[in-house]
Design a protein around this ligand. Structure first.
Ligand code: PNS
Length: 165
């Protein structure tokens, strides 16, 4: 069979990467020959982790996967994909609310570039309530998030909160 080499893009802010993201990354990496993880580079948006820290965390959490490429992008995601020969966007969906939002993005991206398709992977139910923003919110109250993020991220989060004391 003359199968085409398949490349896909999983993009986000990853501030920080969570177990939910990691679940989608592992599953998508089994479907495609190469999965690019696109880290949004927006110097105007201040996150908890700076760009380099976010990339380092993703790198260390995905080091067991051999078909991952971590890249940065700014501007339109479809423009990055077009320039890099990527025809598929992968998005994880956790809930009905996500579906509504994600459908809107998928339609817009399709309008911007009809050659790039979006595919949705339903999040593993045990991660369906996790988001980077909620993790950061509960952390401000010293909640335990050890089941929600990879170990490397937990260590980095603890360092951040120590630095703030
Ligand atoms: O971590 P997020 O917030 O789910 O990531 C959203 C992201 C970065 C994938 C989305 O905001 C995006 O693609 N931004 C780049 C600008 C762009 O292409 N906007 C049009 C989206 S329809």
């Amino acid at each position: 069979m003359n199968r085409k080499f398949t490349k896909a893009m999983f993009a986000g802010s990853f501030d920080p990467i969570t177990n939910g993201h990691l679940d989608i990354i592992c599953r998508a990496s089994k479907i495609f020959d190469e999965l690019q993880i696109g880290v949004l580079h927006n110097p105007n948006k201040k996150g908890l982790f700076n760009f380099d820290e976010r990339v380092e965390l993703i790198k260390s959490c995905t080091s067991h996967l051999d078909n991952i490429k971590i890249v940065s992008f700014d501007g339109l995601l479809v423009d990055y994909c077009h320039a890099n020969d990527i025809c598929t966007l992968v998005r994880g969906v956790r809930s009905e609310a996500d579906v509504n939002y994600e459908l809107q993005m998928a339609h817009m991206n399709r309008e911007l570039n009809p050659e790039i398709e979006t595919i949705f992977l339903p999040t593993n139910t045990k991660y369906s309530f996790i988001s980077s923003s909620l993790i950061k919110e509960v952390l401000t109250f010293d909640a335990d998030v050890k089941n929600l993020v990879p170990e490397q991220v937990l260590i980095a989060l603890k360092k951040k909160s120590k630095g703030r004391e």
